[in-house]
Design a protein around this ligand. Structure first.
Ligand code: HEC
Length: 411
């Protein structure tokens, strides 16, 4: 019944039981390599800690190490004989590795890790409407929440769970769907809290409700009077546990530490939300008033500063999409060198701030400021000025049009 040939794992073999399956080792190595190469390129160009902060990089490293521990260490083999060990492995994947990896913002270093030419192809791919549509659907908070919940509940159906003990392929599929949906879930929560459709309250509710439903599943396992997965029974005895004890332990692990992880994350989000001055209830009216004031001033000032509305900017640039441009600015790490309002983390000081660029006469001091020139500069700064310190970032024509349109909306 064990997918590996020979004897089921016994206690004396535990510490030698590392798994070096190429299907796991290669993607893990690739992810670490790409992140390190991209981070080096980005930090070399923009200065250490810019674009990706040191704590983002530390989060990624920790998440990666957790992933490696869960998938390569003897825990993986132990999970094939003890349900409780399997549960620890799954909790490490879903409640620890996934959020840390998301906090590491890996897409930015990944983009920087590939040569500019490839980046352009990649950008054309991921910039297409179809890709964006699918991505937006999958990371919609409600969709990501439901997918993750479905993966957790469906895989605990006895026939499916036992299939993972018989077949290495089914087992891999289970892990991929746990990790994949967990990454979507945490992405929608951690990225969506600022500009997602549900915002901070939505993120906190998503975490809280996930804590609740995983705790319910854990409690069901803990209090059940019969083993759900009898296949474990044949070997758990060698480890001094009856199948029912093994299951109770697994249930408790999902219920308490597992549920706690989501609760702690929900409380941390709530705390940082309340710490933002405009969200402290007492100051809410004041925040609203100042928002209206600033908005009015901004509108009044638009004419003078040259900042445009999204529609105007789209027309000016011949069909650029400012919202997409904002995403591209994030994705290509422009913010490591430039300050751009409305783009999180775009606070770089290597190049000039890009806010208010619509009101300037020249781009980089060499091109007159027209949309066509702006696009040309963004695509190929060295073609314009061979001595410029701005690197080719790999942005393609279409994305540059989007980026230019967003920049023209900044006052
Ligand atoms: C490694 C740092 C770095 C990165 C990354 C970078 N830039 Fe620049 N950028 C510069 C520097 C330095 C200048 C000033 C160049 C000059 O004047 O020759 C500049 C100039 C510019 C200008 C002209 C600004 C002005 O005031 O005239 C624009 C527009 C611009 N960058 C857009 C972008 C966009 C869009 C991205 C991302 C796709 C980006 N940059 C990424 C360093 C960078």
């Amino acid at each position: 019944m064990i997918a590996h040939p020979g004897e089921p794992l016994g206690p004396h073999q535990l510490w030698g039981a590392w798994s070096w399956e190429p299907g796991i080792v290669l993607p893990l190595g690739l992810a670490a390599g790409l992140y390190a190469i991209g981070l080096r390129a980005l930090w070399r160009a923009a200065g250490p800690g810019r674009g990706i902060r040191k704590r983002d990089a530390a989060a990624f490293a920790l998440g990666w190490a957790t992933l490696a521990l869960a998938l390569l260490s003897p825990l993986h083999r132990l999970g094939e004989v003890l349900f409780a060990a399997h549960m620890v492995q799954h909790e490490l994947l879903m409640a620890l590795a996934a959020p840390l990896l998301v906090l590491g913002r890996p897409l930015v270093p990944f983009v920087w890790a590939v040569p500019p030419g490839w980046r352009r192809t990649l950008g054309r791919w991921t910039g297409g409407d179809r890709f964006r549509g699918v991505w937006a659907t999958l990371t919609h908070p409600v969709a990501a929440w439901s997918l993750h919940a479905a993966a957790i509940w469906i895989w605990h159906v006895p026939s499916l769970y036992e299939a993972t003990l018989r077949s290495e392929a089914v087992h891999a599929l289970q892990h991929a769907s746990f990790l994949g949906t967990a990454l979507l879930f945490w992405w929608s929560v951690l990225e969506g809290r600022r500009h997602g459709r549900l915002g901070w309250p939505g993120a906190v509710i998503a975490l809280f409700t996930t804590a609740v439903h995983t705790s319910i599943l854990g409690a069901l396992l803990t209090f059940s009077t019969r083993p759900w997965y009898p296949a474990y029974g044949a070997v758990s005895a060698a480890w001094g546990l009856t199948p029912l004890e093994d299951q109770q332990l697994a249930g408790l692990i999902m219920w308490v530490p597992g549920g706690l992880a989501y609760l702690v994350a929900a409380l941390a989000l709530l705390a940082s939300w309340l710490a933002e001055p405009e969200h402290t209830p007492r100051r809410l009216p004041l925040g609203a008033v100042s928002l209206v004031l600033v908005g009015t001033l901004a509108l009044a000032g638009c004419g003078r500063s040259g900042a445009l509305s999204f529609e105007e900017a789209a027309r000016l640039t011949g069909g650029g999409n400012p919202a997409r441009g904002r995403l591209a600015i994030r994705q290509y790490g422009c913010g490591a060198c430039h300050t751009v309002s409305g783009v999180r983390g775009a606070d770089g000081l290597v190049g000039p701030p890009l806010d208010g660029i619509g009101g300037r006469s020249y781009i980089a001091g060499v091109l007159t400021n027209t949309p066509q020139h702006m696009i040309r500069w963004i695509v190929d700064p060295h073609g314009v000025d061979s001595l410029t310190a701005m690197p080719a970032t790999g942005v393609g024509e279409r994305e540059a049009r989007d980026i230019a349109s967003y920049l023209y909306t900044r006052r």
